[in-house]
Design a protein around this ligand. Structure first.
Ligand code: C5P
Length: 243
């Protein structure tokens, strides 16, 4: 494929200009980072797996009416997406206590939460993506009140759908992170799901054993990281193939 102009390079992905105006290409790298870039590694094959898993999730969310930036997968590591203006807020949805909520509130890992909780973090690497309230999101105009309403209702719909999808293959969706963007279509602006949904951005536990099948394997040096991602792909019925 012809070399494209790089728009942005993140920790796990590179964005290139797409072939048509209003499109971008997302390239999935094998790089893994954690703890705000303090821990780094290259995990061979991770990008290929995340590209396939995120494609599968985005296509299925699209089928149930969730608007996404995803157009189609181009090859092993790249997918074609609509260009959006990213809303600078990471949206985290939690079903079971794990990670930062345990440290923040002194809850035991694995404790089911009384109900699903949606949290917001301000996307800012220098500040370490701090947790913020809905008030901050609208007061600083990171999103309008309407956009925030749309984001919350889409997040809860996505949680319902993904929880069921993963439960059907013996996986508990503990928590996950979403990013949304503004899609400009003429005079219209729509809020759409952007970025990726993969074991890098979700906590996924085996329903029977609680074995971690996600990036916590890397964060906590549990080993067999890509093997766990491949297990998620296998259970979802995503075959490993060369194209
Ligand atoms: O670290 P924390 O417990 O807040 O993470 C909640 C969820 O959001 C986890 O599934 C984690 O993988 C994801 N996350 C992410 N990117 C971040 C922060 C969290 O994908 N920058």
């Amino acid at each position: 494929m012809a070399r494209r102009k790089k728009i942005y390079e993140g920790k796990a992905k590179i964005l290139y200009e797409g072939p048509e105006p209003g499109t971008i290409v997302q390239y999935f790298k094998d790089d893994a980072t954690a703890f705000n870039n303090k821990k780094k590694a290259t995990l061979e094959g991770k990008g290929v797996l995340n590209n396939r898993i995120s494609e599968f999730v985005m296509v299925n969310l699209g089928r149930m009416g969730v608007p996404t930036h995803f157009i189609r997968r181009l090859n092993m590591r790249e997918q074609l997406c609509r260009e959006v203006e990213i809303i600078p807020v990471e949206v985290i949805c939690r079903n079971v206590a794990a990670g930062s909520i345990c440290q923040r509130l002194g809850i035991e890992e694995g404790e089911p939460l009384p109900r699903s909780i949606v949290e917001f973090c301000y996307k800012n690497d220098a500040l370490g993506d701090p947790l913020v309230a809905e008030e901050h999101v609208t007061a600083f105009s990171w999103a309008t009140t309407q956009e925030l309403d749309d984001i919350i209702s889409l997040t809860l719909r996505i949680n319902d759908f993904l929880s069921g999808m993963f439960a059907a293959v013996g996986i508990r969706l503990v928590d996950f992170k979403l990013e949304f963007g503004r899609l400009y279509e003429g005079d219209m602006v729509r809020t759409v799901l952007a970025d990726e949904i993969s074991p890098d951005s979700c906590r996924l536990w085996d329903i029977e054993t609680n074995e971690k099948l996600d990036k916590d394997r890397f964060r906590r040096d549990l080993g067999n990281v890509t093997e766990a991602y491949a297990e998620v792909a296998r259970r979802l019925g995503i075959m490993r193939e060369t194209q």
